[in-house]
Ligand binder design. Structure first.
Ligand SMILES: Cc1cc2nc3c(=O)[nH]c(=O)nc-3n(C[C@H](O)[C@H](O)[C@H](O)COP(=O)(O)OP(=O)(O)OC[C@H]3O[C@@H](n4cnc5c(N)ncnc54)[C@H](O)[C@@H]3O)c2cc1C
Length: 575
């Protein structure tokens, strides 16, 4: 058995920032960080447009209160306002800290950090490194944490979270290269495994975003919070789904329909293309449904609309958003200087996740905490995004709450004893799971079951939802769980068996999909990204609360958790 004081699952910006904070505060602690990818291939590296902070470099009138208000309004009043206050107050310090670490932010003429506009933000406050912001941040974090002596287990797949009598004691992990299993015993476990975009058929997320941490927590009896709130980003490149950053609209691009109209004037006249993502995605969906989408031959009635950059000019495009130009050129052969890009909504971000307090400690229910278990980043739900996240607030959340969680772990771990843990039954159980998968006599391919799940979720729990649609989705999902038992693996080996990893991930995708559907079914209102056509209004009397969902193989139990207000009273949300 491997032993550490702290084991962190996930090497994205949240996990790395936490590891670095612990190592900087307590150099004597033994810290392990596991990632199923190499850490610098975590999805964080793909973050493009920016990280919000009221540095006041471009907009001298910006304040943390304005940032907090925008965030709470953007969340459709479901965010916990104590968590939002911390996020927005600590934001400027978090950016400066990254800068001191070596992150190369884009600059203004006078040398200060540049800031751009982003959807739903009332001031220009997104700090950025061209359109490769995540890359710039993650690389510095990883270099710094290796220098601080954190032990990195890259390309190890964590299969299970070990909780004994509700107390976190470690994880079971599989070395992807060698097929070797190890139990890691730790005084503290932190989950920072990112999002679950791969539950849907069109997503901006990488192949590794399969919600493993969520499924691990759910299987161990930990609740998940607000799983019905899935963000669909308005501008996924059609048909691939790859993200074209909101920074493109922040720099002035238009959305136009088949009639050449900037249709956002109908849906959010004061914010136009920079309305929050839930509103913009629904607007695009409505235009397409009304027959004002566009086909590949340019005719009306098709499945996408245009993102038009032509008026911005070559110099602006190439200096501010070169990566987005490159993506459209590489994938579709489009030169955005002269041609509009075809886009439509793509699954992008999970507002819900493992519920935590503002120190990253995981909640066991409406009141209690899980001893020894922490979480931060996209896999967690602290909740600063409520029902809809504003762009550029996620990198900020990863950095601010990654750091806070690391700081709390460094304090907390002092009073924890090393776990009394017998690895044998866990090794046997994991070995059994693998053996069973390898020996399956079934006849179904993993890819076909996964594709059916992704199609089912996209059709039944996408931008527009109804009770009948969600119910039908649940029925299909039950059938898919059965089909997943009949899969067959070609690769029986132990070295780099990526098919085995995909089989394990499929089990997680099914659990996450089920949690999303059950949570969406019970919320009979429309709030933020959760739009119920059968209940089109927000209903604060019945639903101004978080959804806690508890998984068991027999089904999902739902209970409410109150929202922390305090700064801003809920109002009608208009832009
Ligand atoms: C294309 C794109 C662009 C974006 N642009 C922006 C932006 O401009 N601004 C913004 O604020 N936000 C943006 N976001 C959102 C933001 O990037 C993410 O929410 C954030 O980076 C998530 O970081 P994380 O550390 O929580 O997880 P991730 O970066 O996803 O890292 C997850 C880690 O967990 C590991 N892991 C997962 N499962 C396992 C397992 N079973 N065993 C071992 N390891 C595991 C992975 O290997 C990885 O290291 C963007 C997202 C996308 C997809």
């Amino acid at each position: 058995m491997i032993n550490h004081d702290v084991i962190i699952v996930g090497g994205g910006i949240a996990g790395s920032r936490a590891a670095l904070e612990i190592a900087r505060t307590c150099p004597d602690l033994s810290i392990g960080l596991v990632a199923k990818t190499h850490p610098i291939r975590s999805h964080s590296v793909a973050a493009q447009g920016g990280m919000a902070a009221t540095l006041q470099n471009v907009d001298a009138n910006d304040t943390w209160e304005a940032h907090a208000f925008d965030t709470v309004k953007g969340s459709d009043y479901l965010a916990d306002q104590d968590a939002v206050a911390i996020l927005t107050q600590e934001a400027p310090g978090a950016v400066i800290d990254l800068e001191h670490m070596g992150v190369l932010f884009s600059r203004l003429e006078d040398g200060r950090i540049a800031q751009r506009a982003f959807g739903g933000h009332s001031h220009n406050r997104a700090c950025y490194a061209a359109d490769k912001t995540g890359h710039a941040i993650l690389h510095e974090l990883i270099v710094n944490l290796i220098t601080c002596g954190v032990t990195v287990y890259d390309e190890w797949y964590v299969m299970r979270l070990i909780l004994e009598e509700g107390d976190a004691k470690g994880v079971v992990m599989l070395h992807i290269e060698e097929g070797r299993l190890e139990v890691v015993g730790a005084k503290v476990v932190m989950l920072a495994t990112g999002g679950y975009g791969r539950v849907f058929n069109t997503t901006s997320n990488d192949y590794a975003s399969t919600g493993d941490g969520l499924a691990m927590a759910a299987r161990a009896g930990v609740p998940l919070q607000d799983m019905e709130f899935v963000q669909f980003h308005p501008t996924g490149l059609y048909p691939v789904g790859v993200l074209i950053s909101e920074a493109v609209r922040g720099e002035g691009a238009y959305l136009i329909n088949s009639e050449g109209d900037r249709f956002m004037a109908t849906y959010a006249p004061s914010r136009m293309e920079l309305a929050p993502r839930d509103i913009t995605s629904r607007a695009i969906g409505s235009e397409i449904r009304a027959g004002r989408g566009i086909n590949s031959d340019g005719s009306a009635g098709g499945p996408f609309i245009y993102l038009d950059l032509r008026h911005m000019g070559r110099d602006n495009i190439m200096s501010r958003i070169p990566f987005c130009w490159e993506e459209a050129h590489r994938l579709l052969g489009i030169d955005a200087v002269n041609e509009p890009m075809p886009v439509r909504p793509t699954a992008h971000y999970s507002m819900g996740g493992i519920p935590t307090n503002t120190d990253g400690q995981v909640r066991s229910g409406p009141e209690g905490l899980v001893p020894g278990l922490f979480s931060a980043g996209e896999t967690a739900c602290v909740s600063v995004h409520g029902a809809n996240r504003l762009g550029s607030n996620s990198l900020l959340e990863c950095v601010v709450y990654g750091r806070r969680t690391g700081a709390e772990i460094a304090r907390y771990v002092r009073d924890r004893k090393a776990p009394d843990l017998d690895p044998a039954p866990y090794l046997a159980q994991a070995q059994g799971t693998i053996q069973e998968l390898l020996e399956k006599p079934g006849d179904r391919r993993i890819a076909s079951v996964r594709q059916a799940l992704q199609d089912c979720m996209t059709e039944h729990c996408g931008v527009f939802r109804t009770e009948a649609l969600i119910q039908e989705g649940l029925t299909q999902l039950q059938a898919l769980k059965q089909q997943a038992r009949d899969i067959y693996l070609d690769d029986k080996g132990s070295c780099w068996n990526t098919e085995l990893i995909e089989a394990l991930e499929l089990q997680n995708l099914l659990i996450v999909g089920e949690m999303i559907l059950y949570s969406a079914l019970q919320r009979q209102e429309s709030r933020g990204a959760h739009f119920r056509e059968d209940f089109p209004q927000r209903n604060d009397d019945r639903y101004l609360h978080h959804t806690l969902s508890f998984y068991s193989p027999a089904g999902v139990d739902i209970s409410p958790r109150s929202v922390n207000l305090g700064l801003f009273e809920p109002k009608e949300r208009k832009y």
